[in-house]
Design a protein around this ligand. Structure first.
Ligand SMILES: Nc1ncnc2c1ncn2[C@@H]1O[C@H](COP(=O)(O)OP(=O)(O)O)[C@@H](O)[C@H]1O
Ligand SMILES: [Mg+2]
Length: 268
């Protein structure tokens, strides 16, 4: 049965959608059948795959507000093993926003049950708030990846999020665990960066991914091209870092270190 991973943080602009899109693509390119679910009505996932209103035939909102069967909301993508369920509230659909806010907190977990068998990974992109949609994602998830933007106040907002996770674990989902905290938009030319990394690693001992995502303009261009970064510049730092993250998710950091060490030996 597939592992459900929520990409979550109540802070906006930290790289949740970028991580959800490109990690999902990387897992699929490594042969893992992956379903990417957007839980953010801003619809960043559809945009990242170049889908417009006319391409979308139902998504999370229709599952939540019209009881559309989940199978009908799964869209295929350019990548064979990658599927997605979008989430878009178009400007004339305000009613849906109200309805979705009042949906049951464990709705997503219930609707995912029959499709979990068919996937190796289900990745959920969460909105930048601790409301009903993030609750739904964390109750449905087996694990959480928390992107942390590499900036001086990176850890400031984390307290509330960790508290919410603890509550959800206690009340609904005792098996929920952290997959890891992911440093994003890392810029080694910035003098502060090393100190921030040290502080994050010290505070979140052993829970930070070894892979860090650099600040890379190719990642910001994903919605412009409407494709995950590996499909338009697979040699970019952004593409390589998300491929490495996918390997770290699959095999753990130790195996990756060994693999990289042996490829360095092979070159030298
Ligand atoms: N590693 C990165 N390098 C450069 N730009 C990035 C990177 N990660 C995200 N961005 C850009 O930063 C903005 C916020 O990222 P996004 O993934 O949408 O964050 P969130 O989903 O947490 O709000 C977007 O414009 C995105 O393209
Ligand atoms: Mg987002």
């Amino acid at each position: 049965m597939g592992e459900v991973i929520a990409i979550a943080s109540q802070k906006g602009g930290v790289g949740k959608t970028t991580t959800a899109v490109n990690l999902s693509a990387a897992l699929a390119l490594l042969g893992k059948k992956t379903l990417l679910i957007d839980m953010d009505p801003q619809g960043g996932v559809a945009a990242s795959f170049g889908l417009s209103r006319y391409d979308v035939h139902g998504g999370v909102l229709e599952i939540f507000t019209e009881d559309m069967p989940i199978e009908q909301t799964i869209h295929s993508t350019e990548i064979d093993d990658l599927y997605l369920i979008p989430c878009n509230i178009w400007s004339d659909e305000e009613e849906k926003r109200r309805l979705i806010g009042s949906a049951a907190e464990s709705k997503l977990r219930a609707v995912l049950r029959p499709v979990r068998e068919g996937f190796d990974f289900i990745i959920i992109d969460c909105p930048p708030a601790l409301g009903n949609l993030t609750y739904n994602a964390l109750i449905a998830a087996d694990s959480i990846i928390v992107p942390i933007q590499c900036e001086y106040y990176a850890l400031k907002a984390l307290g509330r999020f960790l508290k919410l996770t603890r509550t959800i674990k206690e009340e609904y989902n005792p098996a929920l665990r952290y997959r890891g905290f992911l440093l994003t938009m890392v810029d080694m030319r910035n003098n502060l960066t090393k100190r921030v990394i040290e502080k994050v690693k010290y505070t979140l001992k052993g829970m930070v991914f070894e892979t860090m995502i650099p600040r890379n303009v190719r990642l910001a261009e994903v919605p412009y091209y409407g494709r995950p970064v590996m499909l338009f510049d697979r040699n970019s730092k952004g593409a390589k870092s998300y491929m490495r993250l996918a390997e770290e998710v699959l095999y753990g950091s130790e195996v990756i270190r060994q693999k990289e060490a042996s490829s360095v030996e092979a070159v030298s």
